[in-house]
Write a protein that binds this ligand. Structure first.
Ligand code: PLP
Length: 399
């Protein structure tokens, strides 16, 4: 048989999707599974979003659409960015197949083979794999729980050199839920100013999901608007609007970068489908008031989860955003479960937790920290409570 390309030999498929699939398969076979693995927000968008989608179905001509994205969607996106104080024109924005597609295509456009891509760890599991797929070399400086999982300006400075092409910055963070403060961002920005040839990808997809009561997380551009000519914003309707399956991501950034994405679209996926774009347009044009009760629910879930982890002695800094916790499990490593599994690694921990207590979680190694696991607490409350109960039984049984 012919061979796959060399780049496939190192590709790690998403551990998040693998775990979620395992849980779904077990559910389909009749088992009751508490799924704390995949990052779905646990709510659906307001009714007018569905109405806009239905209208688009009926109005659709079936023709090819603009590769940059529909005019209505892009205008709505420009408005949401302007409301944050980030001003972009039509030539500086485009739609992409999800935030994930946007990140992958951006790396393809910005990274030459052998270039280093700086990805602070813990990181979202797909960043390093995407960097490798486009021929880059991921560099992953680590900030631990004692540092609230946040990279310091000094750590950043130590990693930056001529061979680093792109920094991927994500606040609020998946998997830790950490949010960089204004002072921390000022420190980071001061370092970035010393490296004018570095692209900055700011993955903002959780920016409205914060628990401080503010409208959104503080952004690098708030403290350093001068970085705008080399900073690229990645946004998505997945998390804020409860629409992960609709696959609409958005990019705002310097014209040449956005033009590159549009040119790539013309030779790869052509355009996003009309109906998801119409739904996304309606979501972005609508008010964000539906989020307040959801944030209340998420905060309650976070606190329930933290209380359970505390009782178990699993160290976990308090997340200020997104909907994940990233507890440290090093105290559990080396022990044996009630079912006789020796827990040597984060993978062993998650495998035994699923087999013995039917709770799905994701091994921290997928996010650059083998001493942790990631739990998503955004699902329905009974599911979360069952998951926490299973986790408690599992951890307390370890000998
Ligand atoms: N970035 C981060 C940090 C994420 O957690 C995710 C999804 O989980 C994405 C990007 C991609 O989101 P989507 O492709 O659904 O827009």
């Amino acid at each position: 048989m012919p061979q796959l390309a060399d780049r496939m030999s190192t590709l790690q498929p998403s551990a998040i999707i693998r775990m979620a699939q395992k849980a779904a398969d077990l559910k389909a076979s009749g088992q009751k599974i508490a799924s704390l693995s995949i990052g779905v927000p646990g709510f659906t968008p307001p009714e007018y979003v569905y109405e806009a989608a239905l209208k688009a179905v009926k109005a659709d001509s079936g023709e090819y659409l603009p590769g940059r994205g529909s005019k209505g969607l892009l205008e709505a996106f420009i408005k949401t960015q302007a409301a944050k104080g980030f001003i972009y024109g039509m030539a500086e924005v485009c739609a992409q197949p999800g935030g994930k597609g946007a990140l992958f295509n951006l790396l393809l456009a910005l990274v030459n083979p052998g270039d280093r891509v700086l990805i602070p760890a813990p990181y979202w599991a797909s960043y390093p794999e995407m960097a490798k797929l486009v021929g880059g070399v991921p560099v992953t400086p680590y900030a631990g729980p004692e540092n609230n999982y946040k990279l310091t300006a000094e750590q950043l400075s130590a990693q930056l050199g001529d061979d680093v092409t792109v920094l991927i910055f994500n606040s609020p963070s998946n998997p830790t839920g950490m949010v960089y403060s204004r002072a921390e961002l000022e420190g980071i920005a001061a370092v970035l100013r010393k490296h004018p040839d570095l692209w900055i990808i700011s993955d903002d997809i959780y920016d409205h999901l914060i628990f401080s009561g503010e409208q959104r997380a503080t952004h690098l551009l708030d403290v350093a608007p001068d970085l705008k000519d080399r900073l690229i914003i990645v946004q998505s309707i997945s998390k804020t609007y409860g629409m992960p399956g609709w696959r609409v991501g958005l990019v705002a950034g310097p014209k040449p970068v956005v033009s590159a994405l549009v040119d790539m679209a013309s030779q790869s996926f052509t355009n996003l489908p009309a109906v998801p774009m119409a739904a996304a347009e309606a979501a972005l044009n609508g008010p964000l008031d539906f989020l307040a009760p959801q944030l209340g629910r998420l905060q309650k879930h976070r606190d329930l989860t933290l209380a359970a982890l505390k009782k178990l002695g699993l160290e976990c800094p308090t997340p200020q955003g997104a909907f994940y916790v990233f507890p440290n499990i090093k105290n559990a490593l080396g022990k044996t479960s009630a079912g006789g599994a020796v827990i040597k690694t984060d993978e062993d921990f998650c495998t035994a937790l699923l087999a013995e207590q039917q709770v799905a979680a994701v091994p921290g190694g997928a996010f650059g920290d083998k001493h942790a696991i990631r739990l998503s607490y955004a699902g329905k409350e009974p599911d979360l409570l069952a998951g926490l109960e299973g986790l408690t039984k599992f951890v307390t049984s370890l000998k």
